[in-house]
Design a protein around this ligand. Sequence first.
Ligand code: AMP
Length: 434
Amino acid sequence: MATLQAVTGMNDLLPGDGQGARWQRLEAAFRETCGRYGFQEVRTPLCEYAELFHRSVGEATDIVEKEMYTFDDRGNRRLALRPEGTASAVRAAIEHSVLARETVVRWCYLGAMFRAERPAKGRYRQFHQVGAEVYGDDSPAVDAEVIDLASSFLQGIGITKFTVRVNSLGGAETRARYRDALIAHFAPHRDALSPESQSRLERNPLRILDSKDPRDLPFKAGAPSIVDALTDEDRAHFERVKEFLTALGTPFVVDPSLVRGLDYYTRTVFEIVDTSGALGAQDALGGGGRYDQLFTELGAPKPVPAFGFALGIERLLLAAPVTEEKKPFRVAVVAVAKPDEHATHAGVLGLARELRTHGVETVVDTRFGSMKSQMRRANDLAATVVLVLGSNELASGQVSMKLMATGEQRSVARASLLDELAQLQRAAAATGAP
Ligand code: AMP
């Protein structure tokens, strides 16, 4: 029988320092950074009505046109595995009238996203993002503060070689004017453009600027700049964002060609690219921007200004330095007992449970083999301390304690065991051992 495998482009995450532990540390660092900036975590379903993404991300985007996992459920409703997090979070905020209770909402999220892309290093079909969103505040200070959050999070996890690129797409008026200017620019060269750009010319000409097709490059180079199409208000907003970023000491470069692939952005957009070379072709760590019209487009009773970003966890881990985690303080409890001496086994399980209740990480080799094999297992699990328990110890309220680093062995009264372990744990933390 053929062995079953995971779906192409979807990865298992195994425990251990190489994978699982790094993920956990990254997620913890993100939650911690967001907490410091006043964000609270929201969790939305992995699956939504497909219409949500058609109306938010946009019909003429790669994500919706080519990459979305859509399917009909048993009730023939068209569903989609979420390709990104913003649309779901906005849907949830509207559905639960969150902005009727709070004037400004700061949400963050972590989770799996799905896009049927061609798998490559840093590009998967199930991937994971961390993201943060602010609703109800149209101040340029929000744009700057959230970009600063993203960049200080990166620094916090040891990623230092990156560039923050910012641009402004303006509001509805700017977008309409710029759209016309782009169509006027590209239309005379229609036949020379890539088929993809030809099809985008009327539907979404901004996306032509995102194209990496060599046939489009010569015409992209001379395209009008959105900066020239900004209204006075849009321009003033963008100027403030740049001033605030400078005041915060967050380095950035202005990139007038930055448009991003999603339809819902207005005014500020930004992208963070890794410059260490660790990511190869997929060097975008993440990005985001302002989306002041999305709430009304998704049916909110009144407009709600919003700003957000997402970063890809897999790419962050490719870019972040691998740091070795300090070994935990771990206790192994070992039985000296014959195979059928169940009372002693029960005593070992009981002691382990007691220690765990008091917050001590404790392992037991529940196969209860020979003392030697239990000791070997304790060693494999890198136990700091081994406690040996037999019928004598159970009767006398003592336990034999062995420190694995030095081999030192002594008898300890059960009553003072927790204090002794706490002392050893403090000493281990202070010296950086074990
Ligand atoms: P986007 O929503 O396309 O702006 O993506 C934001 C970030 O998510 C990207 O910069 C990547 O870090 C990550 N990302 C997007 N698509 C993928 C993918 N297929 N595989 C891995 N990471 C991805």
